[in-house]
Design a protein around this ligand. Structure first.
Ligand code: SF4
Ligand code: SF4
Length: 143
């Protein structure tokens, strides 16, 4: 999912594809176990940014609606986008990987991009980029 632009070092590398996207943060319900939230998990997403779904699950505010857009997403989808809570993003956001970043497809990434009129990523989108463990900036997620 979206990346954290604030933590991205100046670089001559091509811009991370997620920083021109953000589609997955505006496509899916981002639901997860309530105990992932702060203060139950000290470095978790603040409870105030979530909405209760049921006794066990919460969702990122803004994502549990017909036209989802996570409350933590900043910028314009498809142009510039980043996650304002990247360091504290919940597990679904960790799990949704951009297609081909690590050499594997990502149907969730592809579907989100198509939903927003963007072409799916290809291996060529990563050409010239060194692999950065853990990724840099504020990327998006989904259920
Ligand atoms: S993971 Fe895919 S859909 Fe999500 S921001 Fe990155 S490129 Fe866009
Ligand atoms: S990465 Fe997760 S928390 Fe951040 S904007 Fe996207 S959906 Fe929201």
């Amino acid at each position: 999912m979206a990346t954290d632009a604030r933590t991205r070092p100046e670089s001559t590398l091509p811009r991370h594809p997620c920083l021109r996207c953000g589609a997955c943060c505006a496509s899916y319900r981002v639901a997860f176990y309530w105990a992932e939230t702060a203060p139950h998990t000290p470095d978790g997403i603040p409870q105030s940014l979530t909405r209760k779904l049921d006794p066990l699950r919460v969702a990122m505010a803004g994502t549990d609606q017909p036209a989802p857009r996570c409350v933590a997403l900043r910028g314009m989808v498809g142009e510039d986008a980043h996650c304002s809570e990247y360091a504290r993003r919940p597990s679904p956001c960790h799990e949704l990987k951009p297609a081909w970043e690590d050499g594997r497809p990502s149907p969730q990434c592809d579907r989100a991009r198509l939903r927003h009129g963007l072409t799916p990523l290809t291996p060529a989108d990563w050409a010239g980029r060194a692999f950065v463990p853990g990724r840099q900036a504020g990327l998006p997620a989904g259920e």
